[in-house]
Design a protein around this ligand. Sequence first.
Ligand SMILES: [Zn+2]
Ligand SMILES: [Zn+2]
Length: 249
Amino acid sequence: MLKEFAADLHIHTCLSPCADSEMIPPNILNMAKLLGTKIIGISDHNSAKNLQAMIEASRNYEILVLPGIEVQSKEEVHVLCLFERLKEALEFQDFIYSHLPQKKNYPQYFGHQYVVDAQGNVKGEEERLLIASTDLSVDEILKNAYKLGGIVIPAHIDRNTFGILGQLGFIPEYLRVDAVEFSKNISLKEARGKFPFIFDRFPVIFSSDAHCLKDMVFQKTYFLLKEPTFEEIKKALIGIGGRGVVLRE
Ligand SMILES: [Zn+2]
Ligand SMILES: [Zn+2]
């Protein structure tokens, strides 16, 4: 028996310098609960440091938290990488950190990079600047995320900056991505009209890319699944056994 689960696979926490300090685990989870979002992906820029707190906090909710990272490639493309467990996400973070420039964050210019606990108390700040390009190509990011069993989705492809179409002009045939993501800046109708070739080629999701709580209101993607698990989402993106992605305006 398949059921629909509302999903938002791209949400930032207060670790991302560009995100609001209100983006702490209890607030994000309470907002998701309020909205009826059953599956959320947490994906800070180039880092996994708030994932443990998010997963710990989610134990009190009926919400599946997918640990992820939004990686910035050397071509300045944002790629959403989501994993089944924290372990893989942390392993992926080590790999990403070894390819991220050793630049210091200046909070007064870029914003704070808060590392928090499950209650949202600030434990410290990540000193390394997270909004920077890694020296990895999209292809290298993909291969390494797949090695860890991840789901890989080029982010906000409708955006000129940091979107794969804006940066590369196209999605190369050899890139075996699981889906592509549209941002909250484009309606489903507009996306279908402007990017029909994308809908023909890939499973499509829409995400909020929330940097503050009110961004999370944006909700268009539903997964048709047996139960809300990482494996079921993988199957839905392939379309196994009637599972799939349902998009609503
Ligand atoms: Zn992005
Ligand atoms: Zn983002």
